[in-house]
Design a protein around this ligand. Structure first.
Ligand SMILES: Nc1nc2c(ncn2[C@@H]2O[C@H](COP(=O)(O)OP(=O)(O)OP(=O)(O)O)[C@@H](O)[C@H]2O)c(=O)[nH]1
Ligand SMILES: [Mg+2]
Length: 309
């Protein structure tokens, strides 16, 4: 199996729940004429697929418009119509990681507890290294016992530099030191791992804002990317997280982790529509190589794949 096919298969598996809700849609639509009852059924299935209330309503409304205008009439036209609508929503949205014009590019990684931040930092480090770029890690999770050690193991295994502080140290101070070191050593990318925090923990959310401000002061234009790691199994809860983190640190993109699990990947569409945030990378396993750039086309195909298992 080629790399791309493997990625598509992993994404299809990750979309199993979403695709499950849409399985049988083609069979249901076959041979029917579009009418209000059919539109209601399509709406019900899109909602069950976690596509989100707003996206679903908009897509069904636009299908109704085209039907009333006589542009579509057959059930068979519905899935291609929906695919096109979904694809259109990603047009003009940049899914690639930001790259600063002067080194280093700073990528801040944030998210709720256990969402997969540290693993995702390792994955990004591994793929940048494979591209021949130099990477430094900043262990700014000084909060959870063992968090620094966890990142240290990754840094050794991947052969990348790490800047850390003592447990309980001010994470903003660690990030400041790391920014200094990254500039001094001329590394291409500084990846900042942060402590997990619930979006309702105001003090911790303020701490994140401070980390952001410190790095911005040391390196103009930084952070160039603020990735919010969202657990794909979190479903619609992800929207609320995205809102609060965006307020604190201006999230620029999503790393959708655990898409290989019992995933509810349809939420990607909801995040894109309600937050205007692109998914940039997807995590499809626990190893550093289990990461894929987000490809809307593969994603949309995966959603409507009838052979999802
Ligand atoms: N299956 C699967 N597991 C993942 C993926 N990403 C992370 N994990 C697992 O999820 C668990 C939590 O991952 P971490 O990277 O430690 O999460 P974190 O957000 O850094 O956690 P805290 O620092 O405690 O907030 C670990 O067991 C990881 O192996 C993924 O894409 N797929
Ligand atoms: Mg962590």
């Amino acid at each position: 199996m080629g790399i791309l096919t493997a990625a598509a298969a992993a994404i299809r598996r990750g979309l199993a729940r979403t695709a499950e809700a849409l399985v049988g849609l083609r069979a249901f639509l076959a041979g029917r004429r579009i009418d209000e009852a059919l539109l209601a059924e399509v709406e019900k299935r899109l909602l069950a697929a976690d596509v989100g209330v707003r996206t679903t309503r908009e897509m069904v409304a636009s299908l109704r418009r085209d039907w009333l205008a006589g542009k579509v009439s057959r059930g068979e036209e519905v899935v291609p119509f929906l695919k096109q609508e979904l694809r259109r929503r990603w047009e003009g949205l940049d899914c690639s990681l930001a790259r600063a014009t002067t080194k280093p590019t700073v990528i801040l990684v944030v998210g709720v507890n256990g969402s997969g931040k540290t693993t995702s930092v390792a994955k990004i480090a591994a793929s940048l290294k494979a591209e021949g770029r130099s990477v430094m890690l900043a262990a700014a999770d000084t909060f959870r016992a063992g968090a620094v050690a966890q990142l240290e193991i990754w840094s050794r295994r991947l052969g990348v530099d790490l800047v850390k502080g003592a447990e309980g140290a001010d994470p903003a101070a660690v990030v400041f030191d790391a920014a200094q070191a990254a500039v001094a050593r001329g590394v291409d990318v500084l990846l900042v791992d942060t402590a997990g925090r619930l979006h309702v923990q105001e003090t911790l959310m303020r701490q994140l804002t401070k980390i952001r401000d410190v790095v911005a002061r040391r390196i103009p234009g930084a952070p160039h990317e603020v990735l919010l790691v969202l657990d794909a199994t979190a479903g619609q809860n992800a929207i609320r997280q995205a809102e609060v983190f965006t307020k604190a640190v201006q999230v620029t993109g999503i790393f959708l982790s655990k898409l290989d699990g019992t995933a509810r990947g349809g939420v990607v569409m909801a995040i894109r529509d309600e937050m205007g945030l692109p998914v940039k990378l997807v995590g499809v396993g626990e190893r550093p190589e289990d990461v894929e750039p987000f490809d809307p086309e593969t994603f949309v195909e995966g959603m409507f794949s009838e052979d999802a298992s």
